[in-house]
Ligand binder design. Structure first.
Ligand SMILES: Nc1nc2c(c(=O)[nH]1)N[C@H]1C(S)=C(S)[C@@H](COP(=O)(O)O)O[C@H]1N2
Ligand SMILES: [Mo]
Length: 409
């Protein structure tokens, strides 16, 4: 008996491809016309090279940003304690973070320029996979611009928003990296092919005379990156400070030879910091509570250390500090081994008036309660009468105008 052939099941048609086919014949005019954009510079070979540079700068920002975040996150300070050496480590990572972020701005602008004609692709999507891939480009661009612009505005010490910058920048970074991974995955083969193709050969129409070549465009992008880097990196890299035309801060300008983040006046401590009744109180999990005057503190053995102040906003400066070791104070107070310390200041409002010191840094040889900087009594704007200065630590945690230490076991 002959078998009846089984009916073949047709796979359902991709609805996006179905629509795309119908749209193909109805191409709108203007930028949607074929050949509306010069193909020479809006070319995948240029885009791929800019994309590679952007991937490097974004991943650099992400890695160094995580370091900065975990340094400051109260949740991780306890068990993911950052080490006290090398003392300059945070200065490098945060300097690289801000520098790579600034360099990403021209890179992103150039890359967006090379690909914007794709906005007018017709039909808008060939199939579901293509539609999905395109749908991720919007959030990627929006998030990338948000990160770069909010970061840049932060380095300029302008805070026009209500949200907490560090938390928002942190979560937006994860979102950028998430959509970036999807984007790189979707573009992987095309990018590899484009990177393997030489910039100027295999080209049917040579660059018209007087027009910019693909290499010329990349050289211009590199020059733009170089220009913004050279004019801003001096805020943290002192040898280039003379060129720092666009830096919000110069590392050696300010009282006692370096910048001030918040002044005593802005922090509302002008009078309390100068009051002769000022005392340092040490309490919490200690055997002997301490309550010391400035004269008593200054009669204890003093230590001198060269340590940088590294503001998370991108500037940094080295200085020579003199004061007493925090660990000597802890010993005097009979603090338990491995104690952490909560440092508070005279400042009663704002979020930077206190900080937490993890147990490694609290017991480090380089961590000081400083009374002097660069051979002089601390300027009131640098934290007179007493400030914390610790190795490998964000500037925002180098608390000025200290009056209380609370020891925690
Ligand atoms: N009490 C208090 N300490 C503070 C701040 C503050 O606002 N209040 N700002 C911090 C920040 S953000 C930085 S970068 C350093 C800068 O120290 P400087 O002003 O002496 O250069 O101080 C830190 N200490
Ligand atoms: Mo800062």
């Amino acid at each position: 008996m002959a078998r009846r052939p089984r009916p073949q099941l047709k796979p359902p048609e991709d609805p996006v491809a179905f629509v795309a086919k119908r749209l193909e014949a109805r191409r709108p005019p203007g930028p949607f016309k074929e050949g509306a954009f010069s193909a020479r510079l809006h070319d995948e070979r240029v885009t791929a090279r800019l994309g590679l540079a952007l991937a490097v700068s974004f991943l650099t920002c992400f890695g160094t940003g995580l370091i900065s975040h975990f340094h400051q996150d109260p949740w991780t300070i306890g068990f993911l304690s950052s080490p006290a050496s090398p003392v300059w480590f945070y200065r490098i990572t945060q300097g690289v973070h801000v520098t790579a972020g600034i360099a990403s701005i021209p890179l992103l602008l150039f890359k967006l320029w090379t690909v914007y004609p794709l906005l007018f692709t017709w039909p808008p999507a060939r199939n579901t996979v293509h539609a999905t891939e395109r749908a991720f480009v919007g959030p990627l661009v929006a998030l990338a611009i948000f990160q770069l612009v909010s970061g840049l505005i932060n380095t300029m010490r302008w805070y026009p928003w209500e949200f907490n910058f560090r938390i928002t920048h942190y979560w937006a970074a994860w979102m950028v990296i998430g959509v970036l991974v999807i984007h790189i995955g979707a573009k992987w083969h095309q990018t590899r092919r484009a990177l393997k193709t030489k910039l100027e050969t295999g080209d049917d129409e040579p660059t018209p005379e007087g027009a910019m070549s693909r290499r010329g465009l990349l050289v211009t992008a590199a020059a733009a990156v170089g220009a913004v880097t050279v004019t801003t990196v001096g805020q943290t890299f002192r040898p280039l400070k003379e060129l720092a035309a666009l830096s919000p801060r110069i590392p050696d300008v300010g009282p006692q030879g370096f910048p001030v983040n918040r002044t005593a006046k802005a922090a509302g401590v002008l009078e309390t910091a100068r009051a002769p009744t000022w005392r340092l109180e040490v309490s919490g999990a200690v055997r002997n509570r301490l309550d010391l005057s400035l004269a008593e503190l200054r009669s204890l053995p003093q230590t001198e250390r060269e340590l940088p102040i590294t503001c998370v906003e991108g500037w940094s400066a080295g200085a020579v500090w003199r004061g007493i070791r925090l660990r000597d104070v802890l010993e005097l107070a009979g603090a338990p081994e491995g104690a952490t310390v909560s440092v508070s200041s005279l400042q009663t409002s704002g979020s930077f008036g206190s900080s937490e010191v993890n147990s490694i840094v609290a017991h480090a040889d380089d961590t000081l309660l400083a009374f002097e900087v660069n051979g002089e009594t601390l300027h009131i704007d640098h934290g007179y009468p007493c400030r914390l200065i610790a190795p490998n630590r964000p500037g925002v945690q180098q608390t000025k105008w200290i009056n209380k230490l609370e020891v925690k076991s």
